[in-house]
Structure formats: C-alpha cells, structure tokens
Design a binder for this molecule. Structure first.
Ligand code: NAD
Ligand code: MG
Length: 365
C-alpha cells in the first residue's frame, strides 16, 4: 500500500494533514510531532471503546516514558459545554501536563472543538493533534483552527483560534461510522466542489458509488481534495475577514432550518444539502446562474442519499426571521453566499427578502 496523502496548511503556524487507512495505529506518525512527556487522548464514549486503546498503545510503544491518559465525554453536541471543558482541563491538571504536553482529539467535531479549545487554554496554549473519526471532522472541523464550546444561548459562543499541530485522518475509522453521519460529511465534500471546483463535482459524480461503498481510495481522495480546498481558503483568510465566508455556502438556509426544527430534525449535513440547493435556487431567482446547475447539484446530493427540499411544514416567514438574526446578516440587509454557476461562489449583500421568500415557498421549482 502507498503511504499517506499529505495536505499542507500554510499560515503563521503551518501544519500537515495526513490521510490514510491505519493512521490511528501508526505510532511513528502519532508521535512525530510530540515534544513533551505527557499526552491526553480526549474522545467520546462511542469512539473511545472503538479506538482509544489502540491510539494510547501506539503512542506508548512509539514514545517510551510518555505519560498517556484518556479522557472521555458523553457522545453528542450536548457535551460541548463549559462544564465538560472544565473536566477536560481537570484531566490535564491531573496528568501534570506541562507547556510541551499534547492533546490528541480523537473523534468527531464535538471532540475536536472541545479538545482543541482545552489545548488552546491550558497554560495559554499547548499542542493539539486532531485525529478526526467522522467524515465531517476529516474534511471540515479538524482543519482551520476554530475551536469552541456551546452556551445555552447559542452554538460555538466561547472559543479560540488555535491551529492544530497536525491532523491525522485514518480513513479506515469511517467503517464504523453510521451511514447517516457519512452522508452528512458528504454534503460538506460536495460544498467544496460547489463553491470552487466544478471538476471536483465531475469527479464526485463518477465516484459516487465507490464513496457510498466506502472504497478506501475514493474516500482518501475525497478527503484529500476537500482538505486541500479548505486549507487553501483558510491559508489565505485565517480569521474569516473575507474569502473564508464562502465555506458557509448553503449554511444561512441550513442554520435557519436547524433552528426552526429545534435541532431535532435534519442533522447539520442534511440541512446544508437542502441549504445549498436553496442557495443555488436563489442565485437562479436573482438571474445569476443557470437552472441546469441547480439540477446538477440536486442530483448529486440526492445520489448521496441527502435531502434536497426543505422539510414539510416549515413556514417561509419563520425561516426568514431566523435568517435576519443570522450572524452573516449585515445592517444593510440579508447577506448570502450565492454562485454564478457550479464552482463559482461569491458573497452577495443586500439580497431582497422577496427573492428569499420566493425560493422558500412550498412547491417552488
Ligand atoms: P460528532 O462529533 O457528534 O460525531 C457524530 C457521532 O458519530 C457521535 O455520536 C460520535 O460518537 C460518532 N462517531 C464519531 N466517529 C465515529 C466512528 N468512527 N465510528 C462510529 N461512530 C463515530 O459530530 P460531527 O458531525 O463529527 O461534528 C459536529 C461538530 O463539529 C459540531 O459541534 C460543529 O459545531 C463542529 N464543527 C466545527 C467546525 C470547525 O471549524 N471547528 C466546522 C464544522 C463543524
Ligand atoms: Mg457546516
């Protein structure tokens, strides 16, 4: 088998993303960036029984004398809190973690965001190596340095920019992922093609069956190409002053749907799939892009088993009210990521509410 694919992320603190099956057992790769003598492996109670012992054993074998401890949170967004953050910090204290200690974030985006934030805060910042185990975490949350926890008042309200020391994506870990979580990640994969790379959409169309069948090579290539897109964007705009906003294609609609459903209906990736189709429809409505490109996007997302129409029973006016409150809205009016056609997204301000309502009408084409 060939070695890992590597994607470089440039910036003030550059790092590499390694992508290959088997990386969670690869002690040399896991220990390559280690400087100190303590390591805390943070995971959740679904991922820990599957993978934590293997990672800890590989680390111990590769770095004799390393003090390795595990910390496990309950799986799910409801653990991404200040309370669990505090317990993770307590675990670093109990380990005697020094300034050169390392946090390994083993899990999906919930673990990655919380563990990354704990690493950002412990002694004003220690190394964090991201070991993403969901497709969403591999292609999105583990890359770019955003870390956070939620408050009752909203998601991701307390956090920091803290780029990882390295990212190691073991594509074999995706085998145990529930299919619905795989599809959620595929929505974000499609997003990279939609915003900046029509040729990647062509590739996804030809490799859709292989991806759904968890073909390793197809998955590794999809992850690598997605990471390369995110890396390029965050390398140019690390703090979201401009271009990084394009990563929110479909997300204004998605957040409104998620909020209106009280986070109990579509998951994030599913809502993003619907949101991207609505963003494409909005672009059509504004005369920016051809209908054929919307149809192509719909077909690809549907092929991946993702929803492409808003859930029945959501009132367009209610969704619009949520969008007015979205942080991407400016004083002047609604702001959306639109496209001029597949692979060509841009930010558009002062979008008329009438156009947004038109695409939200039930039965709108
Ligand atoms: P998640 O971390 O909740 O993981 C989803 C579920 O899959 C969990 O139940 C988890 O235990 C389980 N799981 C994970 N890996 C598994 C595996 N290999 N086998 C079996 N089960 C597995 O959710 P997610 O979708 O990975 O991440 C969502 C989070 O990411 C949100 O909190 C979101 O805010 C955050 N996020 C952050 C960024 C960022 O830039 N920091 C970007 C996007 C999303
Ligand atoms: Mg997203």
């Amino acid at each position: 088998m060939s070695g890992p694919r590597w994607v470089e992320v440039s910036g003030a603190q550059p790092y590499r993303i390694g992508i290959a099956p088997g990386l969670l057992d690869d002690g040399a790769a896991l220990a390559a960036t280690l400087c100190g003598r303590q390591a805390l492996v943070i995971s959740d109670d679904t991922v820990a029984p599957l993978y934590a012992a293997r990672v800890e054993a590989a680390l111990r074998a590769a770095a004799p004398g390393l003090a390795v401890a595990g910390f496990v949170l309950p799986a799910g967004e409801s653990s991404k809190t200040l309370a669990w953050f505090g317990r993770a910090i307590d675990a670093l204290a109990a380990l005697g973690a020094r300034r050169d200690a390392c946090v390994y974030a083993l899990g999906g985006g919930v673990v990655g965001d919380l563990a990354g934030f704990a690493a950002a805060c412990w002694m004003r910042g220690i190394d964090c190596v991201q070991l993403p185990t969901t497709l969403l975490a591999m292609v999105d949350s583990s890359v770019g340095g955003k870390t956070a926890v939620d408050l009752p008042q909203g998601k991701n309200l307390v956090g920091a920019f803290h780029p990882p020391r390295a990212v190691l994506a073991d594509t074999a870990a995706l085998r145990t992922l529930p299919p619905r979580e795989l599809r959620a990640g595929l929505a974000e994969v499609v997003k990279y093609g939609a915003i900046g790379d029509a040729a990647f959409l062509d590739w996804l169309e030809t490799r859709a069956d292989a991806l759904l069948a968890m073909d390793h090579d197809a998955l590794a290539e999809a992850v690598a190409r997605s990471c390369a897109h995110k890396a390029a964007i965050v390398g140019r705009d690390p703090f979201e002053h401009g271009e990084r906003a394009l990563l929110n294609f479909g997300h204004t609609f998605a957040h409104a749907i998620e909020t209106a459903q009280g986070y109990g209906g579509l998951n994030h990736g599913e809502a993003v799939a619907v949101g991207m189709v609505l963003a494409a429809r909005l672009s059509e409505e504004l005369g920016l892009a051809p209908a054929a490109d919307t149809l192509r996007l719909r077909a690809l997302l549907a092929r991946f088993g993702l929803p492409v129409d808003p859930p029945a029973g959501l009132d367009p006016e209610t969704l619009l009210a949520h969008m007015r409150l979205d942080k991407k809205a400016t004083a002047g009016g609604l702001r959306f990521i639109v496209w001029d056609g597949a692979g060509r997204a841009r930010v558009l301000s002062d979008v008329p509410e009438s156009a947004v309502l038109a695409v939200l009408q039930p039965g709108a084409p």
